[in-house]
Write a protein that binds this ligand. Structure first.
Ligand SMILES: *Cc1c(COP(=O)(O)O)cnc(C)c1O
Length: 466
């Protein structure tokens, strides 16, 4: 399997899975896509019903690693990656009401769905770097969930030096402590004076500095990395199989920010999973639902909400879907994306937009509607959901059709957002046992202001710590 950029052609030198794992973004600024969609026959899907989650995940991911990582190696990794999840099914389905299910993706170490892919990503990096005898420095900015998932996945892996920038005083205490209480010496947390955008700008400036990039072998684990999308496809397949696929259709509802999670569901559909509808849930930062309803993809200011992991205006993974909607035309895709960058408004051709509407629905919930829905799901079904998962459930309930199971991605544990849960329901969600002492743990982070040069020096020193 080879990969091409959404802004370039497939050539004799196109990279394989291991190459794009380390590269992240393509050199032309585009996102990597597989050269074709692997097809899974109905009979294979039926055979996969009896596989455990790790075995199924290895089968699915192997379709994208052909020629670089074999199935047996992947199986070792998936068994290792998911063995610390605190539910035997890894990603269990819970029936909330008739035909409406929660697919719980928050049973990993940091209580958010990012663990599902990140736990695999850490192991994939380790494997490829060992094979190539290389080391890299992973730098990332986080508003909360991504940073802790990356740190948990990479801790103790000596070929990986990890530096995570978070906005000082602006993450929740649970989120900060999940990052700063990891004391392994390959992890460096930096508190930056500013907001998430300040952190993000510093990371972008580091990637734009070629000398620096080469000096520290810079790499990234953000959600544009194709390996993360690949590792998110198995749970959609598994949920659909549990509900009768391939002999029955299933729909999904996904609370969406960067469009990575729902893109994995869409990929599963391209691979042969019978998915009827894909529903996108937004908070007040509703660029995607405005687009679906009115073909209006125009950037506005990011506003804080009860579901901070979806407080995003530019959904970076949307470029992948756009590329497909444009019949994989890299020239048109590059032009539209460059104009979007300049004007803040994406001019998607009418026919491409209509094709998106053939598979997708979208809906926005305000904070008030989110709290009310959380209260209602708890009162009527005794199902306690965090604000992100609540949006997924509420949107799924809106679009569900009789006789077709609607599966909502539950993307965070309620204890990760205790204030919002308490305000809506009066309940105090408890952290699971492995995090029960989180508030007593020692923390370590450096407060380094917001000067690029200072932070670059800290990254260099961290990389050369040995
Ligand atoms: C990251 C995240 C999302 C959004 O997922 P995308 O792949 O960015 O669309 C939703 N909920 C939670 C809890 C998250 O951490």
């Amino acid at each position: 399997m080879r990969y091409r950029s959404t802004r370039g052609e497939l050539t004799a030198h196109s990279p394989n899975f291991s190459d794009i794992l380390l590269a992240g973004l393509a050199d032309d600024g585009g996102l990597y896509m597989p050269e074709f969609w692997p097809q899974i026959s109905p009979q294979t899907l039926r055979d996969w019903r009896r596989l455990s989650y790790p075995d199924l995940a290895a089968e699915v991911i192997s379709l994208f690693t052909a020629g670089s990582i074999d199935l047996a190696t992947l199986r070792t990794m998936t068994h290792d990656a998911y063995k610390h999840f605190d539910h035997a099914a890894v990603a269990p389905l819970s029936e909330v009401e008739q035909d409406l299910y929660a697919l719980e993706l928050f049973h990993g170490p940091t209580l958010a769905f990012k663990d599902m892919a990140m736990q695999m990503l850490g192991r994939l990096f380790d494997h490829v770097l060992t094979e190539r005898n290389q080391n890299v420095t992973i730098v990332g900015a986080t508003s909360g969930d991504t940073g802790s998932a990356a740190i948990e996945a990479c801790r103790g892996r000596e070929r990986l030096s990890v530096v995570i920038l978070h906005p000082k005083g602006r993450t929740s205490e649970v989120q900060r402590r999940q990052m700063t209480s990891v004391l392994d010496d390959n992890i460096l947390n930096i508190a930056v004076d500013g907001d998430f955008d300040t952190c993000q700008d510093i990371v972008k400036a580091m990637f734009a500095d070629k000398a620096f990039r080469d000096d520290v072998s810079l790499s990234a684990v953000n959600s544009i990395n194709w390996a993360r999308i690949a590792a998110q496809i198995p749970y959609y397949i598994r949920a659909a199989l549990a509900l009768g696929a391939p002999d029955r259709e299933v729909s999904f509802s996904v609370p969406t920010g960067n469009f990575g999670n729902v893109l994995a569901a869409w990929a599963a559909k391209q691979m042969g999973l019978p998915i009827k509808r894909l529903c996108i849930g937004s908070n007040r930062n509703d660029i995607l639902t405005r687009f679906l309803v009115d073909n209006d993809m125009s950037v506005r200011k990011v506003e804080p909400s009860l579901s901070p992991s979806m407080d995003i205006q530019v959904s970076s993974n949307f470029e992948r879907l756009l590329f497909e909607l444009l019949d994989q035309d890299p020239v048109r895709c590059a032009t539209i994306m460059k104009d979007f960058r300049q004007t803040g408004r994406m001019a998607v051709p009418q026919d491409a937009w209509m094709r998106m509407k053939e598979s997708f629905d979208g809906m926005t919930l305000s904070d008030e509607q989110t709290s009310a829905a959380m209260r209602k799901f708890y009162a009527e079904s005794l199902y306690l959901a965090d604000p992100h998962s609540t949006i997924g459930l509420a949107v799924g309930k809106e679009f569900k059709e009789p006789g077709i199971p609607m599966v909502a991605a539950a993307t965070a544990h309620p204890a990760k957002f205790p204030d919002a849960v308490k305000a809506a329901t009066g309940l105090d969600p408890k952290l699971p046992p492995h995090l029960a002492d989180l508030f007593e743990r020692e923390e370590r982070f450096d407060s380094l202001g917001n000067e690029l040069a200072t932070i670059q020096q800290a990254v260099r020193d961290h990389m050369k710590r040995k």
